[in-house]
Design a protein around this ligand. Structure first.
Ligand code: TMP
Length: 191
């Protein structure tokens, strides 16, 4: 049932982000598992925002997971499976012509709105947004938010218990994967 949950949740969040001024690929949810979206040319960058240390950031820099970061971290990876999606800085993305300077500024502006919107939204649902990954695409030459936003692409920790409510349950073999995804969707829908 994870696909249906992620479909619902992504669409719910995309609609919210549209209201906050972030253009997205979302057009219409057809049913549990199908959604009409604008067909974009994907920008080959994984855009990662971190509010709290976790995952690869904690590993790379030896920072304990859960440590609040004094600044919001914005990170890019090159979407390239053959190269293992390497971490990349802005000038690398420009040097490889993955984006123009203007598109990069737009990506950063939208990523920041997405973070502020989702942080506040999830907190109301008792979930702390630790970090997340988003992707953008080009549609009619404009940068728009695409792909998905779900517990597969966000780290969400329960505010009260600190319990992991995301894909780390699967990645780290913590159990209750289905139940957790269903619980996150329930909280997201109840508003
Ligand atoms: P990381 O700590 O493994 O770099 O992951 C940071 C965030 O990005 C986390 O919320 C999971 C998400 N993510 C994806 O959605 N897809 C990916 O391929 C990777 C590496 C991370």
């Amino acid at each position: 049932g994870k696909g249906a949950i992620n479909n619902r949740m992504t669409n719910n969040l995309m609609r919210r982000l549209e209201e906050k001024g972030v253009p997205t690929h979302y057009v219409e949810e057809i049913n549990d598992r199908d959604t009409f979206v604008k067909k974009v040319e994907i920008v080959p960058l994984e855009v990662i925002i971190r509010n709290t240390a976790a995952g690869s950031f904690s590993k790379r820099y030896g920072v304990p997971e859960g440590k609040k970061l004094p600044v919001t971290v914005l990170e890019f990876s090159y979407k390239n499976d053959d190269l293992g999606d390497p971490l990349m800085c802005e000038s690398h993305a420009l040097a490889l012509k993955l984006v123009t300077k203007e598109q990069l500024e737009t990506v950063k502006k939208y990523a920041s709105i997405v973070n502020e919107t989702l942080k506040e939204f999830f907190l109301e649902k008792g979930l702390k947004l630790i970090d997340f990954k988003i992707e953008f695409g080009l549609y009619d030459g404009e940068v728009i938010l695409a792909d998905e936003i779900s517990p597969d692409t966000c780290r969400l920790w329960d505010v009260k218990t600190g319990e992991k409510m995301d894909k780390d349950r699967f990645r780290r073999d913590l159990g209750n994967v289905e139940e957790t995804y269903a619980e996150v969707l329930k909280r997201v829908k109840n508003d």
